[in-house]
Design a protein around this ligand. Structure first.
Ligand SMILES: [Zn+2]
Length: 366
C-alpha cells in the first residue's frame, strides 16, 4: 500500500477543521448581548456598507452570478468524480467529491453567518422597546384596523396623484425616513440602502408567492418582478430592515412599516395597505367584515389588485414546499416561531409605545 501524499493530509485536515467549525457555529449557544455588541453593532455595519455599496454599482444580482458559479462548479466537480477513468476507482473519487461538497456547504454556512446570519441571534427588538400593554386584545386590534382603513381612505387620492417615483431606492425622502428611524432605534451608523434588483430567478418568487428577499452573501435586495407600484415601498423598506440587521421577519415588518408611515404620502399608503391586509388575516370573521365595510372603493380596488397579483402564477405545491423549507430554515436559525414570526408584527405594533409621528420609545440603556 502506498503512503498518502502530505498535501492530501493537509486537505483532509482543512476539511475536518471547517466541518468542526461549522458544526460548532450551528449548535453552540451565543449570548444575544455579545452578538449585539460584537456583531450586529460592531463587525456587521461596515461589512454591510461595503458589500451593499459594491452591489449597488450593478443592476445585475450578485446572487444570480453566485448560483450560476456554484451550480457550474458542482456539475463539473461531480462529472469529474463519476466519469470513467482508467486506473482510478470511481468509488474513491466519489468519496472525495462528497467530502469536498460537504466542506463547500460548511463554508457557505460560515460565510452566511459572518456576512448576515448571526443577526438571527441578536437581542430581540421587543427587549429594547417600551411596551404599553403585554397582551393585545381583539378590540385593540380593531382600533388599529379602523385606523388603517381611515388612513387608506384619506391617503388614496393623494398617493395616487403623487405616484410611486422610480427608482424608489434613490428617493431621498424614503432613504431619510429609513435613516431617521434606525437612529431612533439606536443605530449610530444606519444601514446603506440597497438597490432594488430583479433576478433571473424572478419566476421562483412568482411560484412561491414571495415578494422580496435579501441575498445574505451580497447584502442586496431582490424583488418579485410582478409587484404593483403601491406594494413596492413596503417591500423595499422591509428588505432594508433586513439589511439593517433585523433578520427576524416580525421585526423587519415592524421596521419596514414604520419606515413607510413616517415617509412621504405614497409610501405611507403602501405601509398602511400592508398593515390593513395583515390585520384582516388575524381578525375573527365577524370583526373582519366590520373593518372591510369601512374601506372606500379606491383602496379596496388596490387591495383586490394585490390579491389577484399574488395569486397569479403561484404553484401551490411549490409554494407549500418552499414555505415549509423556509420554516425549517428559520428554526435552524433559532427563530422558534418559524414562518409564524411574520404575523407577530401585529403584536409588536400593538404593544409598543409611540410618541408623535409613530416614533417608538426605546428603553433606557442600563
Ligand atoms: Zn423578510
Amino acid at each position: 500500500m502506498g503512503s498518502v501524499p502530505s498535501h492530501k493530509w493537509r486537505i483532509w485536515g482543512a476539511q475536518i477543521c471547517l466541518l468542526a467549525l461549522a458544526s460548532i457555529a450551528a449548535v453552540v449557544p451565543m449570548k444575544p448581548e455579545l452578538v449585539e455588541r460584537w456583531f450586529t453593532t460592531g463587525f456587521y455595519p461596515p461589512v454591510q456598507r461595503i458589500l451593499t455599496s459594491l452591489s449597488n454599482l450593478f443592476p445585475v444580482a450578485a446572487l444570480d452570478l453566485l448560483v450560476i458559479g456554484v451550480g457550474s462548479w458542482l456539475i463539473w466537480h461531480w462529472w469529474r468524480a463519476l466519469r470513467y477513468e482508467k486506473g482510478s476507482p470511481r468509488l474513491r473519487r466519489a468519496y472525495a467529491a462528497t467530502m469536498s461538497t460537504i466542506t463547500a456547504v460548511a463554508v457557505v454556512y460560515l460565510l452566511f453567518l459572518v456576512f448576515w446570519g448571526l443577526n438571527y441571534r441578536r437581542v430581540p427588538l421587543s427587549h429594547r422597546l417600551v411596551f404599553e400593554t403585554q397582551a393585545p386584545t381583539t378590540s385593540e386590534a380593531m382600533v388599529l384596523a379602523r385606523e388603517a382603513a381611515a388612513q387608506l381612505n384619506r391617503l388614496h387620492a393623494s398617493a395616487h396623484a403623487m405616484g410611486w417615483e422610480e427608482p424608489l431606492w434613490k428617493s431621498e425622502t424614503f432613504r431619510q425616513s429609513a435613516d431617521d428611524l434606525q437612529r431612533v432605534l439606536g443605530h449610530s451608523s444606519p444601514a446603506l440602502p440597497g438597490r432594488l434588483k430583479r433576478t433571473i430567478f424572478g419566476s421562483v418568487f412568482r411560484w412561491n408567492g414571495v415578494n422580496g428577499m435579501v441575498n445574505p452573501f451580497g447584502l442586496e435586495v431582490l424583488e418579485n418582478p410582478d409587484l404593483l407600484p403601491f406594494e413596492r415601498p413596503f417591500v423595499l423598506a422591509h428588505e432594508w430592515a433586513h439589511l439593517a440587521g433585523y433578520a427576524d421577519e416580525a421585526e423587519a415588518n415592524f421596521v419596514g412599516w414604520l419606515t413607510c408611515v413616517r415617509a412621504h404620502e405614497s409610501a405611507q399608503y403602501s405601509g398602511w395597505l400592508y398593515l390593513y391586509s395583515e390585520i384582516l388575516t388575524q381578525l375573527p370573521a365577524q370583526e373582519r367584515k366590520q373593518v372591510e365595510g369601512v374601506l372606500a372603493m379606491g383602496p379596496r380596488r388596490d387591495r383586490e389588485a394585490i390579491v389577484a397579483r399574488s395569486q397569479r402564477g403561484v404553484l401551490p405545491v411549490f409554494q407549500q414546499a418552499s414555505w415549509s423549507a423556509y420554516d425549517r430554515y428559520l428554526k435552524v436559525n433559532r427563530v422558534e416561531t418559524g414562518i409564524r414570526s411574520y404575523g407577530a408584527v401585529l403584536t409588536l405594533i400593538l404593544q409598543a409605545k409611540f410618541s408623535s409621528n409613530w416614533t417608538p420609545t426605546l428603553q433606557k440603556q442600563m
